[in-house]
Design a protein around this ligand. Structure first.
Ligand code: ITT
Length: 198
């Protein structure tokens, strides 16, 4: 019987990437919505990993399936690591990303390339049916661009520039982004752990 995994996220951009990254695994990946789980999760951890654990433990109370969760964000060195764990809430949860991205570019006006360093970080947690909790992390390094570019990805991708590609992560194809992204790295590391157990 195909194993079921419930992914504790409501972010459509993440869901698209997660389903593609886990596509070669013999598991059925359900979103919370698809699993009929609606619960408010209080993300009050101080780190990405703490928040990922909070997400999976909360949702695991509603299902016997394996629960995976993703907590991620953008750390900009010039802004002392902001927005970091507050990436989704930064400048207001419902503020469109065109505005958030434009404001971040303005905050870095006049800052030279070598001080525009940033990274996307992703922590993945898994709550196993026997109560075991696993965690992995992945990082993608880049710099904050001078303008928004590209239509792919989601969130802060249009301003996250990858010097080795000469493109923003929103200009990569979905496959290219998943190959090099924080989420791709963390999820593939988690896949290795899960395959030892299921
Ligand atoms: P869930 O908690 O429901 O998973 P969320 O969007 O609230 O969704 P987070 O608290 O983990 O999730 O916030 C992650 C934010 O970091 C996300 O909303 C984006 O602003 C940003 N982010 C993370 N990964 C990203 C990526 O691959 N590309 C662009 N922005 C990303």
């Amino acid at each position: 019987m195909t194993k079921r995994i419930v992914f504790a996220t409501e972010n459509a951009g993440k869901i698209r990437e997660i389903k593609a990254i886990l596509a070669d695994m013999d598991v059925e990946v359900l979103t919370m919505k698809e699993a009929g789980i609606a619960v408010d999760i209080e993300e009050n951890g101080k780190t990405f990993t703490e928040n990922a654990i909070i997400k999976v433990k909360t949702v695991a109370e509603y299902t016997d399936a394996i629960v995976l969760g993703d907590d991620s964000g953008l750390e900009i060195d010039y802004l002392n690591g902001e927005p970091g764990v507050y990436s989704a809430r930064y400048m207001g949860h419902d503020t469109p990303y065109e505005i958030k991205n434009q404001k971040l570019i303005e905050k870095l006006a006049g800052v030279p390339d070598d001080k525009r360093t940033a990274r996307f970080v992703c922590a993945i947690a898994a709550a196993m049916p026997d109560g075991e909790v696993l965690t992995t992390t992945g990082i993608m390094e880049g710099i904050i661009g001078y303008e928004s570019r590209g239509e792919g990805g989601f969130g802060y991708d249009p301003i996250f520039f990858l010097p080795e590609y000469g493109k923003s992560s929103a200009e990569l194809t979905a496959e290219q982004k998943n190959e090099v992204s924080h989420r791709g790295k963390a999820l593939r590391a988690m896949q290795v752990e899960l395959l030892k157990r299921i």
